[in-house]
Design a binder for this molecule. Structure first.
Ligand code: KG4
Ligand code: ZN
Length: 393
């Protein structure tokens, strides 16, 4: 028998206000997924002067934009029905949910007054991990929409979303064939971890960084080199130029590979960033206080090589330990060309498939939250959302 379910998903854990509408149709032949819409508003430009994401600015931007992004996503999905007369709202119930959200309350009330309840079955929302002030905007929006529209909610772990990001290969797709157990490597600005996926929805944390995340190390090293936030893509670009021009690394650019020989899946990237700091100081000293373009390119290449070496060693160890039948990667750093190609080489060697998100879905987005959420049982118990603001695996 054919059944269908449509959910709206909200992601506000960092600096992207993102909303997706996803439809799942269960057929005799298996489930099919249709992306009805996906709208993401990035705040990245606003955070550049701060050299990183500034949590309270992120919160203010999410508050200002959330209903516009929801309206656009519903409209693109042909599910936005403007009300012909002002809707009758239970203002007491809405105010109770948003009692601590002075800014959000009038914005959401206005949206609810002017639009009819859309034809959706549930609302999924990222409940953590992430920046707490930013997360609450999404969580409280989901809570109030759930109350006003009498719909259940689905709390979703952000990292679980990154695992699902490799599913969406087109606007319509079937569940991809991912041989299980699978190993997921999640690499972003906030996380660097190996997760064993025994079954979809069944995870085990295997190990990861004990200090900085890889993306954070990219961003901090970039800053030391005078490159603006987010530094990851810029470091990667300089490294590619160095490689393309046949550059050879002089010993003065050598960097350590922290914890590469620890024999377990723990990693450390804060020491690597500190080593970049000392190297940059030395290079400047020998050049009248300035960094040359050649120094920047060589340092970027050397840094990226150190990261790739550590990831190769640890990924092989994780594959050996888990006997995983496939490798999935997710998170913003998964956009890095050399990391992608090094992981592809490992998968060729182990004869297992590598599943990668598109570059659009490597960074934070609501579609991955919808994909992770659409498999879960929705809840009417909003206290679950409130209590799980800082959910971990
Ligand atoms: O997943 P994401 O969008 O946000 C977090 O949840 O953190 O990841 C952002 C991170 C930033 O640190 C950014 O510099 C890094 O991903 N990044 C890259 C590349 N593209 C983005 N790092 C290295 N190489 C890239 N090409
Ligand atoms: Zn993320």
């Amino acid at each position: 028998m054919e059944t269908a379910r449509t959910i709206l998903a909200i992601e506000t854990s960092c600096d992207e206000t993102s909303v997706a509408v996803l439809k799942r149709t269960d057929l005799d032949t298996g489930a099919r997924y249709e992306v009805l819409s996906h709208v993401t508003l990035s705040q990245i430009e606003l955070h550049i002067p701060y050299g990183g994401v500034y949590p309270n600015l992120a919160r203010r931007e999410h508050e200002a934009n959330i209903t516009h992004v929801i309206a656009e996503a519903l409209q693109k999905a042909n599910l936005l029905v403007p009300a012909t007369t002002s809707m009758n709202l239970d203002q007491n119930a809405i105010s109770a949910v948003l009692s601590r959200e002075e800014i959000l309350l009038p914005i959401i009330s206005d949206f609810l007054e002017h639009n009819v309840k859309p034809d959706i079955d549930a609302i999924a929302v990222t409940v953590g991990p992430g920046l707490e002030p930013a997360l609450w905007v999404g969580i409280n929006t989901a809570r109030v929409l759930s109350t006003a529209w009498d719909l259940p909610v689905i709390p979703v772990n952000h990292m679980e979303g990154h695992i699902y990001s490799c599913w969406a290969v087109a606007t319509e797709f079937a569940q991809p064939d991912v041989p299980l157990p699978s190993l997921a490597l999640l690499i972003s600005g906030g996380h660097t971890e190996f997760i064993s996926v025994q079954n979809w929805g069944e995870y085990e944390y295997l190990g990861g960084t004990i200090d900085d995340a890889i993306g954070e190390a990219f961003d901090k090293s970039a800053r030391l080199l005078g490159l603006a936030y987010p530094g990851g893509p810029k470091v990667s670009k300089f490294a590619a130029e160095f490689e393309a021009t046949g550059g050879k690394l002089d010993t003065k650019y050598e960097l350590p590979r922290p914890m590469i020989g620890s024999g377990d899946l723990r990693m450390s990237f804060s020491g690597l960033k500190t080593a970049v700091r000392y190297m940059v100081e030395k290079l400047k000293e020998s050049n009248g206080g300035e960094l040359t373009e050649a120094d920047i390119a060589a340092t970027c290449y050397s840094f990226e090589t150190a990261v790739v070496d550590v990831l190769i060693k640890k990924t092989k160890l994780a594959l050996d330990q888990t006997c995983a039948q496939s490798l999935m990667i997710g998170g913003g750093v998964a956009a890095n060309r050399r990391i992608r190609s090094a992981l592809q080489t490992i998968c060729d060697e182990y004869q297992i498939p590598l599943l990668l998100p598109t570059s659009e879905l490597s960074t934070d987005n609501a579609l991955m939250i919808a994909l992770a959420g659409i498999h879960k049982t929705p809840t009417k118990d909003l206290s679950v959302l409130v209590a799980t603001g800082n959910l971990q695996f």
